[in-house]
Design a protein around this ligand. Sequence first.
Ligand code: IPM
Ligand code: MG
Length: 369
Amino acid sequence: MKTGSLLILPGDGIGPEVMDEVCRIIDWFESKRNIQFDKSFDLVGGAAFDQYKTPLSDATLAKANEVDAILLGAVGGPKYDKLDFSLKPERGLLRLRKELDLYSNLRPAQCFDALSEYSSLKSEIVSGLDIMIVRELSSGSYFGEPRGIKNKENGERYAINTTYYSENEIRRVARSAFEIAAKRTGKVCSMEKANVMEVGVLWREVVQDIKDNEFPQIELTHMYADAGAMQLVRWPKQFDVIVTDNLFGDLLSDCAAMLTGSLGMLPSASLGNKNANGKLKAMYEPVHGSAPDISGKGLANPIACILSFSMALRYTFDCKREADILDKSVEKVLRNGIRTADLLQKKNKKPASTSEVCDEIIRELELAN
Ligand code: IPM
Ligand code: MG
């Protein structure tokens, strides 16, 4: 019997509704496979603010530090737009990433064959696409100091953010990207702006050093991040693993996500150093946001969140076979033409609801079991 602990943080907007479906998938695995989770639930983001007056309470953070993995839905919503910056829902998510030091964020962008026509690009450009963006997640412009909105002596305001990277912060995410590439095709492209930013100069140098000294078998190329964005939409299949900083990774991963047809499809894993029981600290979350415009209507695509749980099975719980059958079931459902509204081209076709997609995935799991 395999066991593990999970902290489930549904969050805001469509977060709770997609997480409800993930919980049905978890229940299925617990009743049909030799695996049991010690699950706890808590609030994050706006939901936490409503209850605890903070987007992440110390008690939730303490729990997050103890579990094997966190599953997070989404944070944010217009209701919280007026809140002070430090209380905004996003701060809850960012605090989790920072305090758990989750520096390596894996964002796979895979184009399912059944969806190659849904991409905004031609199907031959995206069919079979399988890339992995490794985004540095705990440093860079998101956390660098000094930061803030300040006043000049003449009263004019100015704003400042700092892009900071130490050599060690670059080294560890580079290693993570090379290790992942070694299990794939062995190709890594590192993206920065070494032509205009010192951070980019150091980034390029350190990534190259790690490759030369520790991963000689990896094929490493470097690209400016703007050119990288252009190449991602021009010819994405030239890439296997892309490693980049926090801010560029945020942009490039949304861009890569859309190549696959919908942001509603993309899972992610955020990994840190080993904890006391020898597992990497880990949080799993869909790349899509809280989508307040569609929340509560049963329209949300649960697949990104379900695939995030599949990444948890693979990367934290050592359940490769379970992850494989879950991924295959999702693929089968898409092949059968079951689609939420984000994946429907012909608007006259009735979309499947959030829970209908999950019903179908469970039906496929049953067949595969
Ligand atoms: C993401 C999101 C977050 C980010 C937001 C919600 C803070 O866009 O995970 O990509 O900017 O990192
Ligand atoms: Mg983003």
